[in-house]
Structure formats: structure tokens, C-alpha cells
Design a protein around this ligand. Sequence first.
Ligand code: CAA
Length: 258
Amino acid sequence: KASYNNILVEKRGKVALLTLNRPKALNALNSELMNELQDAMSTLDTDSGVGAFVLTGSEKAFAAGADIKEMSSKTFVDTYKGNWLSNWGSISRLRKPIIAAVNGYALGGGCEVAMMCDIIYAGDNARFGQPEITIGTIPGGGGTQRLIRAIGKARAMEMILTGEQMTAEEALRSGLVAKVFPKEETVAKAIETAEKISSFSQNHVIMAKEAVNQAYEVGLQQGLLFELRSFWTTFATEDQKEGMAAFIEKRKPNFRDQ
Ligand code: CAA
């Protein structure tokens, strides 16, 4: 198992728990941290013993954004030539579901990474925001695109143009997060949900995630066709036969990812 400087990686049964661990910088996302995160996640994504991810930070901060100290002296040419941050999106292309368990600050790149995940659970002290405008730049990790899809244009625009933060309660009301918990419980609840997801047929979980994500990318008719084709595909699997037979026979299904 690889050892990392900025993240902790743990397997809890079929759940991979990844913890951002740069407490002195409120988990600011420097290049080393992001490379480690991508390395760990891409390895675990192909591990058939892993059914889902939980990504979390500390109780004070999920992540306070891209690392401003690393970024501050970069020139336009550095960022352009280096394709700066373009690799972050790989988190959104992993096949297995990722639950972000967000306590404390999820600002800038922290909010953007949370939004790359499939489900966000928030602690009651969570704060979401895109403060880039206040430090002389704009979001670069997908914030202008994903926040508007999550919460609508008016509030997303307001947050991005003012840098104003959103509370956990508001994030729940606006659909950015799925559930809110007392902060001590966020990670445990996320693991519970990840365990539940991991108990289903892994192929079908991946197909369902892929189909839902199509809704972000394509028009309705194309999306519906993608969904239907994936739905038909499940009928080629033993897990579909097993799942439906178990329902009819009033017993628990035994999914074997076949
Ligand atoms: N980058 C680098 N270091 C950071 C950081 C960041 N994004 N956020 C916090 N830190 C560091 C601070 O510099 C400080 O370090 P020192 O002790 O060495 O001074 C340490 O973490 C603790 O931070 P604070 O003392 O500021 O803690 P606080 O509790 O007073 O405030 C906070 C917390 C409101 C989150 C504040 O730290 C803050 O505003 N952070 C920056 C948030 C931000 O602007 N994020 C956007 C970054 S740009 C971006 O993400 C671009 C993109 O789209 C990808």
C-alpha cells in the first residue's frame, strides 16, 4: 500500500475511506495532495473489493480551497502551459460512487471537489462557498458549471460574484447536499450509506451512476435512450435474475457481481 503525505486511506469492509489530512493548512489542496488523492482513488476504483468511497476532511475543514500559497506567484503562461487544475476532473470520472462527508469549510476548490462527488452529506457546521473573486481570481475547478446545476443560477451567480458562504441548512434546502447531520456523525453516516451501496450488484451501481451522470451531459432524449440501454443490459446479468427471484421468493438477494 502506497504511503501518502497529505491523505489517509483506510478500507472499512467494502468502503474506502479517504481523509484529507493537511490540518495546518485547513486541507488546502496543493498539487501533491491532489496527485495523492487521484493516485489512491484510481487504484481503489479498479479494486473489486471496494464498492464505494467516502471522502472527508477534518471537523474544521473539508478543504479551504486550492493552495493559495502555491498558486499566488503563478503567471498566466504557467497555468496555461501547465494545464493547471485540468487533472482535477478525473475524480468525477471514477466509476464507483463517492460520498463527500463535509464538515466545516468547503470553499473554492474544496466546494468544487465536494461537487465532483456523487452525494454530499454535510455536518451542521459545514460552509460552502466560492470565494475566488475575493482573492483576485474566479473558480477553476468546475465551480461555475457545477454549482449552477446543483442550486440554480440566481444563488450560484450571487455566491460566485460575492464570495458569500452558504450554511449546511441552506445547502440542504437548495439541493446541494443530500442530508445534514450533527458534525460528529457525518462520517459514520456516510460510511453507512456507502456500505449499503456496496451491498448491491456493483455492475448495476456503476450503471446507475453512469446513467444519472448522463443527465448532466446530454439532452433528454439521448439521456433516456442511454438509461434504457443500461436498463436492458442489466437483464444480461445473473444479479438481475437473483435480485428479482429473491424478491419473489421473499428472501435476501445474494449479489455476486455476475
Ligand atoms: N491555501 C493555502 N493556505 C490556506 C488556505 C488556502 N486556500 N486556507 C487556509 N490556509 C492556511 C492559512 O494560511 C493558515 O496558515 P498559517 O497558519 O500558516 O497562516 C491556516 O491555513 C489556517 O487558516 P486561517 O488562520 O485563515 O483560519 P481561520 O479559521 O481564521 O479562517 C478560512 C478559515 C475562512 C477558511 C480562511 O482560512 C480562508 O478564507 N481561506 C481561504 C479560502 C479561499 O479563498 N479559498 C479559495 C482558494 S482559490 C481556489 O480554490 C481556486 C479554485 O477554484 C480551484
